[in-house]
Ligand binder design. Structure first.
Ligand code: SAH
Length: 386
């Protein structure tokens, strides 16, 4: 494992950040700034295809325009508070966003692809009982700039600019599976993903993007219709009883409604829905559960992803023994479903599923203590669950 310490804190910059504006918003911004609309197209290319952050390097713009732009705008990036690389090549960044909030982003290299796991919120309001992120102190939505910024910061780290051709990309796939519930922050996530999919910039295909949700039923259809990305659903239980207990969101959107929404998911090209299923010893891992799972997903083009539970300090669950996970996987496979067991990656840097936040929390606790010592009352703070 290697670790690179924090970059120096950025000086506050009050210029408007052009990153995170939709294509239309950038056009409107340039027109309001007294420039022709086509400038937006040029600038878009520099920002998202070339990765340029300095207007002086935008060589298709005349020098006076470069200077004028630099007076009012910036091309922002989250600051890299810490970068860690696992012995297995997984890389994790703790990124800082202007207001001292932080989120984590993880890169997982595999033989045929490289997947970036992006966060949608600082912390998470879902409080799934097995997930560490839900115990985080403060929560807020990430902005489009902060969501796209995670991808851009990761690209910076590997020097992957300009945007390479498909097939040669190091960062070839995105999963919205980091901290937070993306469908609770739908508008910002949608704006960010549209920027990432835009053919004249980062140009990542919707087929290479997967959004993972705990089951925010009212937003699922929109996500399919408007974005057309792959959908993953954190199912984790086969009955409302168990799911109510381990995932409180189920009390609002129970299994019946969730499955109905998934049956209707606009599957443009018959892509399958991924069901994530965390293996919790004696909670959801029996053969009866496997059989019930098969009944539940009937009629939905589905595949499974079995996730060995990653334990964290204070967690009340244990992971199902590997032999039993394999048996569970076999049962699903025999029913005709792909059901691989997700390999734990980046465990030595706490980058695995459900582990995101631990490090940032430690830093945040220190910050909170500092603030409290300064006599600043923070009304949003709630005590950590551990
Ligand atoms: N809120 C979204 C995005 C988070 S994805 C969602 O729920 O889908 C993160 C995935 O890791 C989810 O499937 C989550 O349930 C799973 N997870 C959370 N804690 C875990 C743990 N301790 N071990 C293994 N997987 C976990």
């Amino acid at each position: 494992m290697t670790e690179i310490a924090a970059s120096s804190p950025q000086t506050p910059d009050h210029r408007t950040d052009l990153v995170g504006l939709s294509r239309d918003a950038l056009v409107a911004e340039m027109v309001a700034f007294g420039e022709k609309a086509f400038r937006a197209k040029q600038i878009w290319h520099w920002i998202y295809n070339r990765g340029v952050t300095d207007f002086a390097q935008m060589s298709s713009l005349a020098r006076p325009l470069q200077l004028k732009l630099a007076g009012s705008y910036r091309v922002g990036r989250p600051s890299v508070v810490r970068e860690q690389t696992s012995t297995d090549g997984t890389r994790k960044w703790l990124l800082g966003f202007g207001d001292r909030n932080q989120a984590e982003t993880v890169y997982i290299p595999e033989e045929d692809r490289g997947t970036l796991c992006i966060s949608s919120q600082v912390g998470c309001t879902l409080t799934c009982q097995f997930c560490h992120t839900g115990t985080q102190l403060l929560v807020r939505n990430l902005t489009p700039a902060e969501i796209v910024g995670q991808f851009m910061a990761a690209r910076d780290s590997y020097g992957e600019w300009p945007t390479p051709d498909d097939g040669t990309r190091l960062l070839s796939n995105i999963v919205m599976m980091g901290m937070g519930e993306p469908l609770f922050n739908y508008e910002n996530v949608a704006t960010a993903l549209r920027i990432i999919m835009d053919g004249e910039g980062i140009a990542l295909s919707k087929r290479r993007i997967t959004l993972s949700t705990a089951g925010v039923v009212p937003q699922i259809k929109r996500c399919g219709e408007e974005l057309g990305v792959n959908l993953a659903v954190s199912l984790h239980a086969t009955t409302d009883d168990v799911r109510d207990r381990i995932m409180p969101i189920n009390r609002k959107y129970p299994l019946k409604e969730l499955m109905a929404a998934l049956r209707d998911y606009p599957a443009h090209n018959a892509r399958r829905i991924t069901f994530e299923y965390v293996m919790l010893k004696d909670v959801n891992d029996s053969e009866a559960d496997a059989r019930q799972l098969i009944r539940l997903v009937k009629g939905i083009p589905a595949k499974f992803n079995l996730i060995p539970f990653n334990k964290w300090p204070g967690a009340e669950f244990d992971c199902t023994p590997m032999k039993q996970i394999e048996r569970f996987s076999d049962l699903l496979f025999q029913a005709g479903y792909s059901a691989p067991i997700r390999q734990t990656r980046g465990a030595d840097i706490l980058a695995a599923c459900g582990q995101l936040k631990s490090d940032s929390e430690r830093i945040r606790m220190i910050q909170l203590k500092e603030r409290l010592a300064d006599g600043v009352k923070d009304e949003h703070a709630r005590p950590a669950a551990e």
